[in-house]
Ligand binder design. Structure first.
Ligand SMILES: Nc1ncnc2c1ncn2[C@@H]1O[C@H](COP(=O)(O)OP(=O)(O)OP(=O)(O)O)[C@@H](O)[C@H]1O
Ligand SMILES: [Mg+2]
Length: 224
């Protein structure tokens, strides 16, 4: 699903910072993998390259057979819309839209027909257990509920690849466990490939594979 070959990432600011140093990594179709490592080790940078949000300085990033390192911004953005979804620690919902409208947004952008949108949004809101909160604004939802809306929005397009950057980072452990169970259910039910950055041992334990980064290098890669 994702193949990184000799990927480096250098940020050229006031000081030159090499954040990823020759990463070789393959994420198989339908895998659920965790990326762990100290703060600043390059986890989010790596995830952003997998999602085509950013370009490597050198090396190639193949996602579902497409080399994103050779695509321009527009090509990557179109590819993302149809293949990749993101879940963030801070939810990133649109504050003026209801839960239902937030979930429907990617389908509107993809110009899906109205009836089909209603059907799919209704189904994923039920999947995440929020049918009875559909009309709530993000402000009117708990943290765990907001993250469930964000997950519903991420899966409503049926992406091949779901990238999650510390999805349980803003939640207490009970709420975090619910989110993990939900990701696991999505993984099992839809065979969605999931790559999740996490600091949480519980979250990593939910994954079949744990990749450890340190100083921009892979220092461990364990399957169970
Ligand atoms: N756009 C940028 N410009 C310059 N430096 C950056 C940029 N983005 C990230 N960095 C630097 O790259 C390093 C890795 O950042 P990254 O966000 O990937 O770390 P991380 O492993 O996700 O850390 P955390 O666990 O704290 O989220 C950090 O030292 C950071 O300061
Ligand atoms: Mg990060």
């Amino acid at each position: 699903m994702v193949t990184l070959t000799e990927v480096t990432k250098v940020f050229d600011g006031k000081t030159r910072l090499t954040v990823l140093q020759g990463i070789n990594l393959e994420i198989g179709d339908g895998e659920m993998a965790a990326i762990m490592g100290p703060s600043g080790s390059g986890k989010s940078t790596l995830l952003n390259l997998m999602g085509g949000l950013d370009l490597p300085t050198s090396g190639s990033v193949l996602v579902d057979g497409r080399d994103l390192s050779k695509e321009n911004e527009e090509g990557r953005s179109l590819f993302r819309r149809s293949h990749v979804s993101y879940v963030f620690q801070a939810f990133h919902l649109m504050p003026t839209l209801t839960a239902l409208q937030n979930v429907a947004l990617p389908l509107h952008l993809a110009k899906v027909a109205r009836g089909e949108i209603d059907r799919r949004v209704g189904r994923v809101l039920a999947d995440v257990g929020l049918s009875d909160r559909a009309g709530h604004l993000p402000d009117e939802l708990s943290g765990g509920e907001r993250q469930r809306v964000a997950i519903a929005r991420a899966i409503v397009t049926d992406p091949r690849l779901l990238l999650a950057d510390e999805p349980t980072g803003n939640l207490d452990s009970a709420r975090g466990d619910e989110i993990l169970a939900l990701l696991k259910m999505i993984h099992n039910g839809r065979r969605t490939t999931i790559v999740m950055v996490t600091h949480d041992q519980m979250a990593a334990a939910a994954c079949e594979r744990v990749i450890r980064l340190r100083d921009g290098r892979i220092e461990g890669d364990e399957r169970r």
